[in-house]
Design a protein. Structure first.
Length: 260
C-alpha cells in the first residue's frame, strides 16, 4: 500500500486572511510551569532538576479558525437552514464517517488560468478525457494548481472555482464530497463580486457553497500535491474530519491510498 499526503500544513508564519497564532511552551518551560502549579495549588516544592534533562513536556497553544489549512466544510457552513431533511443543516461532528473514506478521482484543470469559473461542460470534458464514470459516493478532487501560491496573498485571489452548473453536475452523480487544492470551491471573492456587479444575477454569488443549502454535501478545501497522484482514479481518499462539536468545518489529514 502507498500513501500520498494531500494535506497542507497549518503554519502561523505564512500569510492568512485571518490571523493564526502558534505559541510553543517548551519542555523546559513546561517543567517550570508544573513546579509553580505544584507550589501554588498543592503546597509542594518540586525541583525541576529531578526531571530528565530538567524538562517535562511541550505544549502548543494555537488560535485559528477551522478554515485554516486543509479542512472540510460541513453543511451548516453554508447557511442556517436546509431545504432537505428536517431543515437543519448538519455540523461537522454529525456527518457519516463513511463519506470521508471513499474511492476518489482527480480532474486536472491546471491549464485554466485563474481567477475563473468552471462549468458543467468543463467537468464533463475532463471526465471523458480521463475515461472515468464516477460512482455514487465517490469523492471528486479538482487539481487546479493553486497550491503553488501557498503562503502568499495570491493563493486567496488567483484560483478557479465551480459555477452552479458544475456543482449540480457533480452532485447529480451522487457525489457527497468535492475537494479542491484552491482556497475555496467557489471562484475568488473579487471575481464573484465583479460578475455580480456586471449582471446583478444572484446565481453567481458563491454558488458552490449556497447550493449546499438545498443539497447536502461537503467540500474539502486547501488540499496539496494533487499533481503527485500517479493515476486520476483507482485510489481511495481518506479524509476523516476532526470532531468539533457544533462546528461548520473541521480540519483533516487527507491522504490518497493506492493498493499494491
Amino acid at each position: 500500500m502507498r500513501l500520498i499526503d494531500l494535506s497542507s500544513s497549518i503554519d502561523a508564519s505564512q500569510w492568512e486572511p485571518e490571523p493564526v497564532s502558534h505559541e510553543i511552551v517548551t519542555p523546559a518551560e513546561g517543567a517550570a510551569h508544573m513546579a509553580k502549579e505544584m507550589r501554588e495549588h498543592f503546597g509542594l516544592d518540586f525541583d525541576t532538576a529531578e526531571l530528565p534533562d530538567g524538562e517535562l513536556l511541550s505544549i502548543d497553544n494555537m488560535s485559528l479558525n477551522t478554515h485554516t489549512g486543509t479542512h472540510i466544510d460541513a453543511p451548516s457552513h453554508y447557511g442556517s437552514r436546509a431545504g432537505y431533511g428536517d431543515g437543519r443543516p448538519r455540523n461537522i461532528d454529525e456527518l457519516p464517517l463513511d463519506w470521508f473514506h471513499r474511492p476518489a478521482f482527480v480532474l486536472d484543470f491546471t491549464g485554466v488560468e485563474g481567477p475563473a469559473t468552471l462549468t458543467a461542460d468543463d467537468i464533463a470534458k475532463e471526465l471523458a478525457r480521463i475515461g472515468y464514470q464516477p460512482q455514487p459516493m465517490d469523492i471528486a478532487l479538482l487539481h487546479t494548481g493553486a497550491d503553488r501560491f501557498k503562503g502568499s496573498q495570491a493563493f486567496f485571489t488567483d484560483f478557479i472555482g465551480l459555477d452552479a452548473s458544475a456543482t449540480h453536475f457533480l452532485l447529480d452523480l451522487g457525489i457527497k464530497v468535492i475537494g479542491t487544492d484552491a482556497f475555496s470551491l467557489d471562484a475568488p471573492f473579487g471575481h464573484i463580486l465583479r460578475g455580480y456587479a456586471a449582471t446583478k444575477d444572484q446565481g453567481v454569488l458563491w454558488p458552490a457553497h449556497f447550493i449546499g443549502r438545498d443539497r447536502e454535501f461537503c467540500q474539502i478545501e486547501r488540499l496539496e500535491r494533487l499533481g503527485d497522484l500517479p493515476e486520476p482514479y483507482g485510489f481511495t481518499l481518506s479524509c476523516l474530519p476532526v470532531k468539533i462539536a457544533g462546528a461548520g468545518a473541521g480540519w483533516t489529514r487527507a491522504a490518497a491510498i493506492f493498493e499494491d
